[in-house]
Ligand binder design. Structure first.
Ligand SMILES: [Fe+2]
Ligand SMILES: [Fe+2]
Length: 445
């Protein structure tokens, strides 16, 4: 078996590193991008399998999609997995799962100068045990990865943290080493590795790259490897589609057999924490609105914490306020009627927390707070702090950030964490008194 190590694995291996891999570090955004092998050397030395990832939708307590990339099409692609470490000995793993989807990432002429073609592989693991660490090896024909691991979501009502963020692109047509995205990924790894945080996954609000074409997404997936912990724990991603993710490469990068709508779906992170992921890149009325109206009541009843995530904001921090009118008209009444706890937005490229909003006005008692607006490395913009929804206790500033959503029985604490680990915003919600809100609503009618 020919197992090669990535640059980070060499870093872990320590002494091996200098013997085999020239150590390049990006000095600035203009570091060389067209290196032999098709990948910037400072972004890692690929093995026969790379971009090892986990995607969550549906019920991540029992299922997950494990995805990876190879340079050749190959014939047989499998994930080997077990609840105990088997140190990479394939025959020792209790279970294996063949892929459900393989193919070449769409390769256009513009990609040729920057990346060799790549092939995607997606395996759907089902029947998993909740709240359990699975040790996994990604194997394509005779080549296998190192052993990684990931943890399934809990089936019990336990406390945990989800990371939330969006917008990890650079505004350039040609791929460039994305220093700030990499720093934010390092920040997310630090949070993921922190014993105080108990991070389960990343909920990404969209705009991964300038386009969802191979030369860009290849680098996003390479940079995403930086979120993997030193001991090989993979950070599952719940993806959202943004306006820069319209190309087919997005669907080649994130694939899940349970997805039966155009990228809107629900995910149950625990028995009491539900997410509704919406798609702002198709009609926000029609089928999607009908689905939202049909989905929210049951999710509200089942969950202590319910939040919605989507790309373009209802209550933006930077762009023209009229831009959000269609989304506000179609979705806000449903969010409010179903008393979702928070909404998570991206796209504007600033850090924001709105005042609590209901019926287009401040409502301190039962309003919905909207967080955002995309800070996972995209250059930040100056927000318009004169808007009514950004007044105190709301905030708005230009700052790279990722949010930690800490779900407990007593509270939902939302903190914005800056690139250097500083706390930029700190908000705590209490569980809603749904009976009282329903009584209030009946009184008004
Ligand atoms: Fe964006
Ligand atoms: Fe966007």
């Amino acid at each position: 078996m020919n197992v090669k190590l990535t640059r980070r694995e060499f870093l872990i291996a320590g002494t091996l590193m200098t013997a085999t891999v020239p150590l390049w570090l990006p000095s600035q955004e203009t570091a060389p991008v067209n290196a032999p092998g098709g990948r910037p050397p400072e972004q890692g030395t690929e093995g026969p399998t790379f971009h090892h990832r986990v995607t969550w939708m549906g019920d991540p307590s029992t299922e997950a999609v494990l995805s990876w990339t190879t340079r050749a099409a190959g014939k047989e692609h499998r994930v080997y997995y077990d609840t105990e470490s088997r140190a990479g000995k394939l025959e020792a793993y209790a279970q294996k799962q063949a892929t459900f989807k393989d193919g070449q990432y769409k390769y256009v002429q513009a990609d040729e100068a920057y990346a060799k073609p790549g092939f995607y592989h997606h395996a759907h693991l089902t029947g998993l045990k909740p709240n359990t660490t699975y040790h996994v090896v990604y194997a394509s024909d005779g080549d296998a990865s190192r052993e990684f691991h990931f943890r399934t979501a809990p089936a019990e009502d336990v406390d945990f943290t989800a990371l939330a963020g969006g917008d990890s692109r650079l505004g350039k047509e040609t791929p460039t080493v994305h220093v700030d995205r990499r720093k934010m990924n390092e920040r997310m790894r630090a949070l993921f590795e922190s014993k105080d945080e108990n991070v389960l996954c990343l909920v990404h609000g969209g705009d991964y790259c300038m386009t969802a074409q191979w030369r860009h997404i290849e680098r996003w997936m390479t940079d995403h490897e930086l979120t993997t912990t030193a001991d090989g724990r993979l950070l599952p991603v719940v993806p959202t589609r943004g306006n820069h993710d319209s190309a087919i490469g997005f669907e080649e990068m994130f694939s899940h057999p349970t997805l039966d709508k155009p990228f809107y779906f629900k995910t149950q992170l625990s028995p009491k924490v539900g997410i509704v992921t919406l798609n702002t890149e198709i009609s926000v009325a029609g089928d999607q609105r009908d689905w939202l109206a049909a989905t929210l009541p049951a999710m509200r009843n089942a969950n202590r914490w319910l939040f919605a995530i989507y790309h373009r904001p209802l209550f933006s921090s930077v762009r023209d306020v009229q831009d959000g009118a269609g989304r506000r008209n179609n979705w806000a009444p449903l969010f409010e009627a179903n008393n979702i706890d928070i909404a998570y937005e991206s796209h504007d490229h600033a850090l924001k927390r709105t005042v609590p909003i209901r019926a287009s006005a401040v409502d301190e008692k039962s309003g919905i707070v909207y967080f955002g607006d995309g800070g996972l490395g995209v250059p930040q913009r100056k927000p318009d702090t004169t808007r009514w929804w950004l007044q105190p206790p709301g905030i708005a500033q230009a700052a790279h950030h990722v949010h930690t959503l800490k779900f407990t029985k007593e509270s939902l604490r939302v903190q914005a964490i800056g690139m250097n680990g500083e706390v930029l915003d700190d908000y705590t919600a209490k569980p809603r008194d749904l009976a009282a809100l329903a009584a209030e609503a009946t009184k008004k009618h």
